[in-house]
Write a protein that binds this ligand. Structure first.
Ligand code: SAM
Ligand code: GLN
Length: 272
């Protein structure tokens, strides 16, 4: 197995082989009930090799194992939903640091539910809403929410659409990891990302700022005075986004970096 992965140029071949083997071993099928021990090992080996060759052909590891780690959580993921990234764990941390005890937060474009579920489980007194436009992503978020029995209200809709009217001017934090890749930067993404993850989760127009702009503008209607907007952004977008937030009358604009020292998180307080 490791050989197949190594040959395909996968950096972490040994670890990935372990995870794929584990995924193959843990999957039970009805044929196994009547099978002998030897037949079961053969079926498992066959399944593990099949997973390894799909991985070698470019499918993301997490779609094959069906899980992605995010902070303290193991989230279920599969084709059609964005795989949560390590840099977004920091976005969730920043959002939590801006959230008073018992405060309210909305996660816009929640995907698998990653940020919203991290907040709800790490800050059990928080009131958490999450929106998502893609019906497939929404299904994954629902599944993860139900399995964790987390107190997150999921709403399918475009950005802030569907949030209850009483939250207007009342939210402590609006957080989002929106799509922010510029259309022209598609070639900078790994092939496993570009060819397998949903494009509606990644791309946002010529400069990648289409969603960031609308979220920053509309969040003003939902945040209370003194509330915070926390957004993940592209590595080269910090100056533009900081200018935008200042123009929209936010204050205390702050940019922080991801683990690779790239500008990645922007925070700002409403109003200026
Ligand atoms: N928050 C998740 C995370 O960090 O793993 C997902 C982030 S992914 C980069 C962006 C998400 O926004 C996708 O799930 C995508 O379907 C969703 N999305 C894109 N456009 C949207 C819109 N107009 N309204 C709501 N959600 C949207
Ligand atoms: N960081 C992601 C990637 O390059 C893009 C995330 C996004 O658009 N929000 O794979």
């Amino acid at each position: 197995m490791r050989g197949i992965l190594e040959e395909a140029g996968i950096d972490n071949a040994t670890r990935e082989a372990e995870w794929l083997l584990e995924a193959a071993t843990s999957k039970q099928t009805s044929e196994m009930i009547a099978a002998s021990d030897q037949e079961i090992s053969e079926m498992t080996a066959h399944r593990a090799l099949k997973l390894a060759s799909r991985r070698a052909a470019g499918e993301p590891l997490q779609y094959l194992t069906g899980v992605a780690g995010f902070r303290y959580l193991q989230l279920k993921v599969g084709p059609g939903v964005f795989i949560p990234r390590p840099e977004t764990e920091l976005v969730a941390a920043r959002a939590m640091s801006r959230l008073p005890d018992g405060g309210s937060l909305a996660d816009i474009g929640t995907g698998s539910g990653a940020i919203a579920l991290a907040v709800a489980t790490e800050r059990p007194h928080a009131r958490v809403w999450a929106t998502e436009r893609s019906p497939i992503a929404m299904e994954w978020a629902r599944r993860n929410r139900d399995e964790l029995d987390a107190a997150v209200t999921l709403i399918r809709g475009n950005l802030f659409e569907g949030l209850p009217a009483e939250l207007e001017g009342a939210l402590d934090v609006v957080v989002s990891n929106p799509p922010y890749v510029a259309d022209a930067d598609a070639h900078l993404l790994g092939e496993d990302v570009r060819d397998h993850e949903p494009h509606e989760a990644l791309f946002a127009g010529l400069e990648g700022l289409l969603l960031v702009e609308v979220i920053a503008s509309e969040a003003r209607r939902w945040l209370r005075d003194g509330g915070w907007l926390v957004m993940e952004i592209g590595y080269d977008q910090a100056n533009k986004v900081a200018d935008l937030l200042a123009r929209l009358d936010y204050s205390d604009v702050d940019v922080s970096q991801d683990l690779a020292h790239k500008d990645r998180i922007v925070e700002a307080r409403w109003p200026g």
